[in-house]
Design a protein around this ligand. Sequence first.
Ligand SMILES: [Zn+2]
Length: 143
Amino acid sequence: MELRATAQRARRANYSPYSNFMVLAAVETVDGIYGGSNIENVNYTLTKHAEEMAIVAAILGGAGPEGAWVETLYATSASPCGSCRQFTAEFATPETVVLIDRIDQETVRNASLPELSDESIEAWRLGELLPAAFESGELDSTR
Ligand SMILES: [Zn+2]
């Protein structure tokens, strides 16, 4: 699976010395697949999440900040947090597929992810993970 291979390549960017919890992610857009990895900060609240980093990589790669261009989001080990779900919703639709690869941390850190079986992967729709998302239409009353 190309998403998993891309996420694995993002492992080299991982920086998780405080939690020791590595998350790898990849996002598929209309014109490419981009990887991301969590990057921690001693302050914790400044930590950047893998899913967010994958989307930022896609923007830097030319996806552009506007429009629903996230086709699939892939995340290892844990379900994307609420912040990442909201961040993804900015560039996706409720129908966007979110793949959660529920593999343990030792495997995330050490294994060749593309060689794993796909049996560990759960498929969701973003709308299931983030029903009633806060969307740009919510701000219409201020315009
Ligand atoms: Zn997150």
